[in-house]
Design a protein around this ligand. Structure first.
Ligand code: FAD
Length: 280
């Protein structure tokens, strides 16, 4: 171990591992410390029922994983990550036996909503088709620390995405479109009346149309395992079964990156009551 590491990462969830890889790719020395005996955090797979049956207790489907600009720059396929695409990313069934579907194609999705809403959905998606990479980089950089790559596109997205989904829902006439989009917005685990909930629905729908909603072969653990294997090849290391309670528990480093909640960071780093009012 060098006397002074460039960076220590606390937490081996997908974001912690990605941060560690990004640093190691730039030639920095990095070590990751994970409280649990296995890596992955919310991207893990476990034998929860019968031997040989592996389950994803947390994340399972990865529209933002396959569409991630960071993952695209990493050769994770060489470390065993293989995306599997279902025929349809998502379906919303109704009591009469029919379903509204989120398909890879905008046209098929729109058709499943019925003639009264098909055009509205196509018009809703049209400004963003083929612009995923730029849009997601700008959207994920909010609040902006630099000029957006496509300011006009982002402003347009802001106009469409900022209203609560309850308002956007009124653009649809029938339940099929309303319900399927509400299911997408529901991923944010907030009331449909919340500001910017429309953006969540748009991002998940666009993700399906641009890149699909794939599962990793072998479960979400494959994402974490691929990241950790790549990190080790870059010279980094991961320590499991190591719950960080105080900064003094960690080796000296020029930077500490926390993949924990802000409240845990405040406790560990001795920041007192900072982030006391934080709500996830
Ligand atoms: C039920 C559920 C379903 C979900 N489904 C999906 C889905 O299908 N698709 C999707 O993309 N996302 C999904 N998500 C969201 C996804 O799981 C998270 O966005 C993702 O796990 C966040 O990653 P992270 O690295 O930021 O944090 P985490 O995954 O939470 O990882 C944090 C890690 O830090 C470790 N840690 C914490 N404190 C310490 C400490 N003091 N010392 C050492 N280590 C510590 C933890 O043990 C953990 O391993 C779902 C979430 C939930 C709850």
């Amino acid at each position: 171990m060098p006397s002074m590491l460039d960076a220590v990462v606390v937490g081996a969830g997908p974001n912690g591992l990605t941060a560690a890889v990004e640093l190691a790719r730039r030639g920095l020395s990095v070590e990751v410390f994970e409280a649990k005996d296995t890596i992955g955090g919310g991207a893990r797979t476990e034998e929860l029922t019968l031997p040989g049956f592996r389950h994803d207790p947390c994340s399972a489907v990865h529209p933002l994983g396959i569409g991630s600009p960071a993952f695209r720059r990493m050769p994770l396929d060489r470390y065993g990550l293989e995306w599997l695409h279902p025929e349809l990313p998502m379906a919303h069934p109704f009591d009469d036996g029919t379903a509204a579907v989120l398909a890879r194609s905008v046209a098929e999705t729109a058709a499943s909503f019925g003639p009264r809403d098909a055009g509205t959905y196509r018009r809703m998606m049209a400004p963003y088709r083929g612009k995923w990479d730029v849009l997601v980089r700008d959207f994920m950089s909010l609040p902006l620390s630099a000029l957006p790559r496509d300011p006009i596109g982002l402003a347009r997205f802001g106009l469409d995405g900022l209203p609560p989904y309850e308002w956007t829902m009124r653009r649809f006439k029938d339940d099929r479109a309303r319900a399927l989009m509400a299911g997408l917005v529901g991923h944010v685990i907030a009331p449909l009346s919340g500001l910017a909930t429309s953006a969540v629905g748009l991002v998940f729908a666009l993700a399906a149309h641009e890149n699909g909603w794939p599962l990793p072969r072998g479960g979400s653990q494959s994402i974490s395992d691929a990241l950790a294997a790549y990190l080790r090849d870059l010279g980094g290391s991961v320590h499991t079964g190591f719950e960080v309670k105080r900064l003094d528990d960690l080796p000296p480093a020029r930077a500490y990156v926390f993949d924990t909640s802000p409240t845990a960071l405040a406790r560990i780093a001795g920041l007192g009551r900072a982030y006391e009012g934080y709500r996830a």
